[in-house]
Ligand binder design. Structure first.
Ligand SMILES: Nc1ncnc2c1ncn2[C@@H]1O[C@H](COP(=O)(O)OP(=O)(O)OP(=O)(O)O)[C@@H](O)[C@H]1O
Ligand SMILES: [Mg+2]
Ligand SMILES: [Zn+2]
Length: 226
């Protein structure tokens, strides 16, 4: 059935202070955000992640929740993206997915969720198929908003390093917002540090592009199974 408000055009004309403005009708907004959500790549497991069902148990988690909310409120006028680092099961991917989902649903804007390890697998398999390697990489590095999940969980290779450098450098120069999650550390220098696995040039750009936030707490997955 055609929308009663816009008659199916998807647009409404509003008149305010003598000025006529074309605005998206609610029906079109809903349609678009549904479409954007289903093509966002948010994994099934994280589809239900919201700010509301994130229960912070440590000051780190509280701060991370606040910053992600702030990012959502301000988006698309945010100055910096967000990088969440910390041990497994502390809610990093939950928060990243919730932020992206909110932006799609409430702002009607597009974004992409990309698991870094899956990306490398897809890129590798595209070498031997007709799927274009360039197309896959372009859709990730050029996404208007990118959630790059679980950086550093892949096998340590020069190639992985190059791919990440390529994505980060591109987004840095194009000023595109990025949310990153990783187990690699940014607070200490050890073999678990980001720089031990990737390079300094990439790390340096990340400091400029993202608010770097530590997320510590109990491993929720472990806790749930006890
Ligand atoms: N504070 C929290 N409140 C509610 N649910 C949480 C919280 N922290 C984590 N979870 C839930 O616990 C599970 C694990 O969280 P998540 O996958 O976000 O962890 P992670 O920090 O990304 O871990 P990893 O480093 O292994 O990727 C998810 O189902 C998530 O929804
Ligand atoms: Mg995760
Ligand atoms: Zn309508």
């Amino acid at each position: 059935m055609e929308c009663q408000i816009c008659g199916g055009s998807g647009w409404i004309i509003e008149e305010k202070n003598g000025r006529r403005t074309a605005k998206r009708c609610k029906c079109k907004f809903l349609l678009l955000s549904k479409e954007y959500l289903s093509s966002s790549g948010i994994p099934l497991r994280y589809r239900k992640c919201k700010f509301k069902n994130f229960k912070p148990e440590t000051p780190y988690q509280l701060k991370a929740l606040k910053e992600c909310k702030e990012f959502f409120f301000l988006y698309p006028f945010t100055e910096k993206g967000i990088l969440l680092f910390g041990p497994p099961g502390t809610g990093k991917t939950h928060l990243a997915a919730a932020t992206l989902r909110n932006i799609i649903e409430h702002k009607g804007l597009k974004g992409t969720f990309c698991d870094f390890r899956n990306l490398l697998i897809n890129l590798r398999s595209s070498f031997s198929s007709s799927e274009s390697t360039k197309e896959i990489l372009d859709s990730v590095r050029g996404a208007p908003l990118l959630v790059l999940d679980d950086v550093g969980a892949e096998r340590n290779t020069e190639w992985a390093k190059e791919i990440l450098a390529e994505i980060i450098n591109y987004r840095y120069t194009e000023n595109l917002p990025t949310i990153i999650t990783t187990n690699l550390r940014f607070d200490i220098l050890s073999e678990e540090s980001f720089v031990a696995k990737f390079d300094q040039r990439t790390e340096s750009r990340l400091y400029d592009m993202c608010k770097i936030l530590k997320v510590e707490g109990d491993d929720r997955r472990k806790k749930r199974s006890l």
